[in-house]
Design a protein around this ligand. Structure first.
Ligand code: DX5
Ligand code: ZN
Length: 220
C-alpha cells in the first residue's frame, strides 16, 4: 500500500502572515496535496479562511487543493470554493439537509467530491453515497483545531470503509485527518488509509523541516 500514499499538509499550522510562501515551500518539500481547512465558527468553534484567500493562493501552485469545508449550511458556498480553485471539495453530511444535492452541486462544477466523518459519525451516513464520491475523509480528532490528540477508536471505522470500497471495487480515496504523527502513521496506513493529512507534525517536528517530515510520514 505504501507506494500509493499521498501526503496532504494542512496549512492550518502554517504561518498565516506568509501563507503564499508556505504553500510554495510545501510544494518544494514534496507535498502531494494542499489541505485547506475552512471553518465557520458555527459548524465548528473556530474561524479560518474563506474563498478569497484560496483564490489568491491558487496561482502559486498546481498542487491539488484539498478543501475541507467545516461550514453549515454548506450548499450556499460550494460555488465560491469551486470558483476559487478548489480541486477536491469535502463536506460533512451533518452540514447539509440533502447529501445527494450537495454531491450534485460539487459535481456540476467538475470538482472531486469528498465526504467527511467526525469521530462519532457512523459509516451508515456515507454508505449509500460511496459509489458517487471520490474520497472519504475520516476525522481522527473533533474538527475545529490543529494540534489535538489522535483518537485510535476511529481505526475500526476506517477498516470497515476500506473493506466496503474494495468489495465494491470503487476508486475512492480514504483520507485521515487529525493528530497524525510519526508514531501512528503506519497504523493508519495498515487500516487502509491512502492519504494522510497533517498540520502540526509537518510544520513543527524536526524544527519545521517540511521535506523530512513529509518523507517520514510517507515512508514509515
Ligand atoms: C481539524 C482540521 C485538521 C487539522 C490537522 O479540524 O481538519 O486538518 O488542521 O492538524 P493536526 O495534524 O495538527 O491535527
Ligand atoms: Zn482538515
Amino acid at each position: 500500500m505504501s507506494g500509493l500514499i499521498k501526503i496532504s499538509p494542512s496549512i492550518l499550522s502554517a504561518d498565516f502572515s506568509k501563507l503564499g510562501s508556505e504553500v510554495i515551500s510545501l510544494e518544494k518539500a514534496g507535498a502531494d496535496y494542499i489541505h485547506i481547512d475552512v471553518m465557520d465558527g458555527h459548524f465548528v468553534p473556530n474561524l479560518t479562511i474563506g474563498p478569497e484567500v484560496i483564490k489568491k493562493l491558487r496561482p502559486l501552485t498546481e498542487k491539488v487543493f484539498d478543501v475541507h469545508l467545516m461550514i453549515s449550511p454548506v450548499d450556499n458556498f460550494i460555488k465560491d470554493f469551486a470558483d476559487a480553485g478548489a480541486d477536491i471539495i469535502t463536506f460533512h453530511p451533518e452540514a447539509t439537509s440533502d447529501v445527494s444535492k450537495t454531491i450534485k452541486l460539487i459535481r456540476e462544477r467538475n470538482k472531486k467530491v469528498g465526504i467527511s466523518l467526525k469521530p462519532k459519525s457512523k459509516v451508515e451516513l456515507i454508505e449509500d453515497y460511496l459509489d458517487k464520491i471520490d474520497l472519504v475523509l475520516i476525522m481522527s480528532v473533533e474538527p475545529g483545531f490543529g494540534g489535538q490528540k489522535f483518537m485510535p477508536e476511529v481505526l475500526e471505522k476506517t477498516k470497515i470503509i476500506r473493506d466496503l470500497i474494495d468489495k465494491k471495487n470503487l476508486k475512492v480515496d480514504l483520507e485521515i485527518d487529525g493528530g497524525i504523527n510519526f508514531e501512528n502513521c503506519s497504523r493508519v496506513k495498515d487500516a487502509g488509509v491512502n492519504i494522510l493529512v497533517s498540520g502540526s507534525t509537518i510544520f513543527k517536528e524536526n524544527k519545521g523541516d517540511l521535506k523530512k517530515n513529509i518523507e517520514i510520514l510517507r515512508n514509515s
